[in-house]
Design a protein around this ligand. Structure first.
Ligand code: NDP
Length: 265
């Protein structure tokens, strides 16, 4: 058996890779799409707000003028059938199957359990759990095919450090993220032997729009205080971790990454 070269490439390259990023219109997803494109990957940008996806595609075109245009894919991860159709169309537009899938779209609508609007629980569960499953189901055949062929194949799930924390008001959100972490750990056992590198990324406090949609005043106040105590890191920090790990040699998987502000502890 030959020993793989485990040195980190100084300029991680993803030339020839075909990526799909959900939630690519803002925050971590937008930064990840840009970072993957800068490393040479073709990227499908999935989300619900076309203007935001187009803006990210424009940023990619400016940053990487030689790269093929990023594909804008209107898709709602809570609509599994519609998402599958959109991803199929994106595959056709890009002209190749996906081998780097980032199931990243997420929603955080924290509120105390007794006062929460239960429709917000539905949104978090359908986006953070069912939406991740729908994304996986729509792309897993591409990934297993790449893995079988001995090519790099990455399934990257964005969970959260919250999967491990005890936070008042955040029970449902953190439960959805614990589910994502557990899903990734188990899928590793299922897909790893076929060559698919399943990776769970657990960000800490990161700059994005995630908290902007919260309606509960108590939870908003808690988050604002937490952000002052733990200044967020840029979304590009998470993106770089994803880019770096995807560029590692075939056969090596950084299976779990907690990426957070140092001060968050
Ligand atoms: P953002 O709110 O900036 O990004 C979330 C993205 O998900 C948006 O672009 C949104 O776009 C998309 N999205 C939401 N619902 C759907 C849907 N139903 N279908 C398709 N896309 C959807 O926040 P982040 O970048 O922070 O979030 C990315 C991931 O990172 C999430 O899973 C989040 O839980 C996780 N995370 C973030 C942390 C942080 O501190 N920021 C910490 C830990 C984890 P659109 O509305 O246009 O569809």
């Amino acid at each position: 058996m030959t020993t793989p070269d485990t040195r980190t490439p100084t300029a991680p390259t993803l030339h020839g890779r075909v990526a799909l990023v959900t939630g690519a219109g803002s925050g971590i997803g937008a930064a990840t799409a840009l970072s993957l494109a800068e490393a040479g990957a073709r990227v499908a940008l999935v989300g619900r707000r076309r203007d935001r996806l187009v803006a990210v595609a424009d940023r990619i075109a400016q940053a990487v003028p030689d790269a093929p245009t990023a594909a804008v894919v209107m898709g709602d991860v809570t609509d599994a059938a519609g998402l599958t159709q959109s991803i199929h169309a994106a595959r056709t537009e890009i002209g190749a199957p996906f081998d780097l899938v980032c199931a990243n779209a997420g929603s955080m609508l924290a509120a105390p359990i007794a006062a929460a609007d239960t429709a917000e629980w539905d949104t978090m569960i359908s986006t953070n759990i069912a939406g991740v499953l729908a994304t996986i189901r729509a792309t897993v055949d591409d990934l297993t095919e790449a893995g079988r062929a001995g090519r790099a194949a990455d399934l990257v799930l964005t969970s959260s450090i919250g999967a491990h924390l005890v936070l008042p008001g955040y029970a449902v959100y953190t439960a959805t993220k614990a589910a994502v972490t557990h899903l990734g750990t188990n899928l590793r056992a299922e897909l790893g032997p076929g060559g698919v590198r399943v990776r769970v990324v657990e960000p800490g406090m990161t700059e994005s729009e995630l908290g902007d949609h919260m309606t509960d005043p108590q939870a908003r106040e808690w988050l604002a205080r937490f952000a002052i105590e733990n200044p967020p890191i840029p979304a590009s920090a998470i993106a770089e971790s994803i880019r770096w790990s995807a560029a590692l040699p075939v056969g090596i998987n950084v299976a779990s990454m907690i990426v957070l502000p140092t001060g968050q502890g």
